[in-house]
Design a protein around this ligand. Structure first.
Ligand code: E4P
Length: 214
């Protein structure tokens, strides 16, 4: 499983890429608003900074407008992927964009059927939301398992981006469930690297070294 970072904060992306295990970026309208910057400006800067795919979401809700918006967004960088919501209009847009060779990420996936339909419409990526399913007392990881099984059984090449990843345990569970990618907030990436025994072990090694060399 690969890692993308789920943020529109430039400093977080720079810091995360230095860690060596991040291969892409996802944004959404809420994250762009949080960054307090202009969408085009943010996406252009991120796309220039990183080599991997950068998902930028359309705001339009009708397919022809989504396609127009996508045509503008892809001008911001060769690595820009168009994020499209999982609606009938969204899928119409995905079908057009995929025939044009433009990569898409179908977002707001909450069922295995939605993932299958998006893949058949030509999506490059689908983004099932784990945390938001957990939020309504259901099991987000089961969704990842179901989508991974269906894509495997039917040899579907669309990649699964586990989204709405909120905790380190979600990362482990998504990897076991067969997600190709997890898109993770910076804070959760930092949490996932930590272990109290690593910290205690290092403190002990350094202390022993100091004692022996005094
Ligand atoms: C996915 O691409 C979304 O940007 C994101 O993962 C949503 O996460 P949230 O449910 O924590 O807002």
């Amino acid at each position: 499983m690969k890692f993308f970072i789920d943020t529109a904060e430039f400093e977080e992306i720079k810091a995360a890429y230095k860690l060596g295990f991040v291969d892409g970026v996802t944004t959404n309208p809420s994250l762009i608003v949080k960054s307090k910057r202009n969408l085009q400006e943010v996406i252009k800067e991120i796309a220039a900074l990183v080599e991997g795919p950068v998902s930028a979401e359309v705001i339009a809700t009708e397919a022809p407008d989504m396609v127009k918006e996508a045509h503008e967004l892809v001008k911001l960088g060769d690595n820009v992927v168009i994020k499209v919501p999982m609606t009938p209009e969204g899928l119409k847009a995905v079908a057009i964009l995929s025939k044009e060779g433009i990569k898409t990420n179908v977002t707001l996936i909450f069922s295995a059927n939605q993932a299958l339909l998006a893949a058949r419409a030509g999506a490059t990526y689908v983004s099932p939301f784990v945390g938001r399913i957990d939020d309504i007392s259901m099991d987000g990881i089961t969704l990842i398992e179901d989508v991974a099984e269906i894509f495997m059984v039917h040899n579907i090449e669309t990649e699964i981006i586990a989204a709405s990843v909120r905790t380190p345990i979600h990362i482990t569970q998504c990897a076991k469930a067969g997600a190709h990618i997890a898109t993770v907030p910076y804070k959760v990436l930092l949490q996932a690297m930590k272990h109290p025994l690593t910290d205690a072990g290092l403190a002990r090694f350094l202390e022993d070294w100091k004692q022996a060399n005094q």
